[in-house]
Structure formats: C-alpha cells, structure tokens
Design a protein around this ligand. Structure first.
Ligand code: PLP
Ligand code: ZN
Length: 425
C-alpha cells in the first residue's frame, strides 16, 4: 500500500526504517510486516541519538499523563490522532495480595481501567490507527481474541474510520457485544484464533485495509512498550526486579523487555538486572511448555481454556518471547482453569481489582513462581494485569460467591450476620 497522503512533520518523526529481525534488511516505513527474503518480522528502528536530546525526565514529567508522554518512542510520524487519553493507568502497591502470595513487595499494573475499552489493547490500537491514518487508510481491521476487536471497534468509531473485526465465533458474550455496540462489522469465524488469523492474512493481502496486527503489526506492537515505560516512571525511574506478563502471541512480553532496554539506553533508568516471566493458561501453553522443557522453539497447540483472550495456539512472537525469558533469566509457568478463577478471586478480594481471565493467569502464575522460589520471597515484583473482569463474567459466574437472599425483614438480616463474618486477606 502506497502512502496516499504525507502529513509528516520532519521534526516529529523519530523513526528511521523498518528492519528485519532476522537478516537486518531495511524497508521503508509502509504498511508491511515481513521480510521478503526470509519472512522474518519487521521492527521499527528509531533515531535514538535525536530522541535522547528531547526525551528527558523533565520533558516527560511536563507532559499530559497518557501514554503519549513517551511519544518519541512510539512509531508515528506526526501527532497522534487516535486515542489521546490512552494509558498512564495506575500502578498499585498491592500489600494485601503480597502477603497472601508470600512476597515482600508487589505491584499491580492495572490496565483493567485503560481507556476507552478496559484492556491493554487500547495502547497498541491507538498507535496502529494513528499510523494507519498517516498512511492514508480509511478502513481498519484486526484478527482478535476479543479485546483487540473491542478496542479497534471503539477507537475507529471515535474518529470515523470503518472497521472490520474478525473473531472466533465462540468468544464470551461480553467481548462480542463490546465490539458490536460501536457499529463495527463483526465477523465470527467458526474456528479458533489461529484459523481467524490465517484467513485475515489472506484478506489483508487482497483488500487495501490497515490490519492492525497483520500489515500494521510493526507499529501496533510498539504500543505495548508504553506499559513498560509507565511501570519504570511510576516506580520512580527504576526497573522492577521481576515482571510477570501473560502471553497470547507473546508480543507484550517482548515489548516490556524492549521498553526497559530503551529507557536504559536513553539514561532514563539505571542499568539493572531484571527478570521477565511469562504466564500462560495450561489449556493453551505452547510457550510455557517449551520454556519449561528448555527449548528455543514451541510446538503449536489447539487451545482449550477459559482464558480465551490468551488462546493463541501458534503465537507469532513465541520464539522471541522465549528468547527474552532466556536473556533475562526469567521463568514461565501455566495454570489450570480453576487456578485462573482463584487468581481472579484473590486479586479482587485483596486489592479490589476485578480482572478478566488473563489477569487470573498472571496472578496464578505469580503464585506458583513465588512458591517455587523462582521469584524469591524477599524480592519485588510487578504483575501486568491486562484486561477487565466485567467482560468475562461467564468465567467466574459459578465461583465468585453467592447472594444471600432474605425477605425484607430485620430479623432475617440479623440472623444472617451471625452466620457470615469473613475477611479474605
Ligand atoms: C491480547 C492480550 C494479551 C496478550 O497479548 P500478546 O499477544 O501476548 O501481546 C494479554 N492480556 C489480554 C487481556 C489481552 O487481550
Ligand atoms: Zn530478513
């Protein structure tokens, strides 16, 4: 797809090129994502020397509290035009959950309240759609496990872009309605995500659309770095000892690592040893299975888990996620559906944060890694909680607890009080 419109202000463009992660060949900054020679994924290259001059702590602190305060390290050429309010979600000190998990210090990066669609996907989508508009697209699309569809639908609606979102037909009702309501064209594919993705690769080649996680993937994926930038800034410009990240394609995990590396490179955080740990659901654990077996490559699987947002059996960035865990001395674990439900409950009961199933995966895996000593009890950890529980109510409907039904009578209420008086954490 050729650029139809050139709105680039030279001074605001800190990107140099797209570059193949395998052979290093460079490509123009267009809507393209694979190397023509070896099919390696393309990644954005920045002019760090120039960025270093403008992106100081003081400059960042003077900017609005959104993810766009790290604008130089986000891959658009001009000003953002989609999702001005995204990011800068709370980093919560989670003392009560820390006690329950048996760790000295714990933080929750709470993207359950990201704007506007309550998941970390608003980060990647605002970057991808801003870039898509710079490149002249008027129709946007995605292959999604749910949250991406919600975010593309909402953010496209907010700026008058047409959108097509492709999802597995059997997603949670909450995720489906959260796409339909914005007027997006929602296509439910009778198959799992990997089949949705394969179809989208064909469609992307044929129609002139900006597929945020296909032909726009190099730009899209960079948006995830903002979560890591915020964690560092919110910890007063230090990198956490441990970061636990749930994985679908594995992209977020690799970009958290990249964000830490970039802040070190720019002198915004001191060089430090840190570990990035991966989390998956046992019902879809290709990356975790490979990591635990000490392998560099994963074997594709057929997903079967309540963590549908993470149900990618052939993770596009699985290979690179494995490398990040290896390079940072990180670990990886996976948890069953029951452990996912327990993770959701513990986070809700101890911290008042209601996460979706992916959050249950992260908490459940953190519990395991702390219990096994892979995250030492005396250390400090950040858990990336990426999506909101209101979208996956079905998953905990039977396990969240029960309502006490009584007649409108004081006596019945007092009888109840004698019965129940529990504190959970
Ligand atoms: C998409 C998603 C992830 C992980 O995405 P990656 O493909 O690994 O970058 C994690 N949590 C939630 C809630 C998601 O929707
Ligand atoms: Zn290449």
């Amino acid at each position: 797809m050729k650029e139809k419109r050139n709105v680039m202000d030279k001074n605001e463009n800190f990107m140099k090129a797209l570059k193949c992660r395998e052979c290093g060949r460079e490509y123009p900054l267009a809507a393209t994502h694979v190397c023509e020679f070896d099919f390696g994924p393309l990644e954005v290259v920045y002019d760090y020397e120039r960025i270093k001059r403008t992106m100081t702590k003081a400059a960042i602190l003077s900017r609005p509290q959104t993810m766009w305060r790290y604008r130089e390290l986000l891959p658009i050429a001009g000003k953002p035009t989609v999702g001005f309010q995204v990011g800068y979600t709370p980093l919560v000190k989670a003392d009560r959950l820390a006690r329950r998990l048996g760790i000295r210090e714990l933080w929750i990066k709470n993207d359950t309240v990201n704007y506007p669609t309550l998941s970390f996907k608003d980060r990647v989508v605002s970057v991808a759609l801003s870039r898509a508009r710079e490149l002249g697209f008027t129709t946007v699309a995605c292959a999604s496990t749910g949250n991406l569809a919600n975010s593309v639908a909402a953010n496209a609606a907010a700026v008058g872009l047409k959108s097509y979102v492709f999802i597995p037909a059997d997603l949670e009702v909450g995720k489906i309605i959260n796409s339909l309501v914005y007027g997006a064209n929602v296509i439910g594919i009778k198959g799992h995500y990997d089949e949705v993705n394969r179809l989208c690769a064909e469609i992307a080649g044929k129609f002139g659309w900006a597929f945020v996680n296909v032909n726009m993937r190099p730009y899209y994926a960079e948006g995830s770095k903002s979560m890591g930038f915020e964690i560092i800034e919110q910890l007063d410009w230090v990198i956490p000892q441990h970061t636990v990240v749930c994985m679908a394609s594995g992209s977020l995990l690799t970009k958290i690592h990249k964000s830490y590396q970039e802040f070190i490179k720019l002198g915004l955080a001191p060089e430090a040893k840190y570990r990035v740990h991966g989390a998956q659901a046992t019902g879809c654990a290709p990356i975790s299975t490979a990591q635990k077996a000490g392998l560099d490559f994963f074997k594709p699987v057929k997903p079967n888990t309540i963590a549908k947002s993470l149900a990618i059996g052939t993770p596009a960035d699985g290979f690179y996620a494995l490398r990040v865990m290896k390079d940072t001395n990180g670990s990886c674990e996976d948890v069953t559906d029951d452990e996912i439900r327990e993770g959701i409950k513990w986070l809700a009961e101890c911290e008042g944060i209601f996460a979706e199933t992916a959050g249950g995966v992260t908490v459940g895996v953190a519990k395991k890694l702390i219990a096994s000593g892979k995250i030492p009890a005396n250390d400090s950890a950040v858990l990336c909680i990426t999506g909101n529980g209101l979208k996956t109510l079905d998953a905990v409907a039977g396990s969240a607890g029960r309502t006490h039904e009584i007649k409108p009578s004081l006596r019945e209420f007092e009888a109840l009080l004698d019965l129940e008086n529990k504190v959970n954490c």
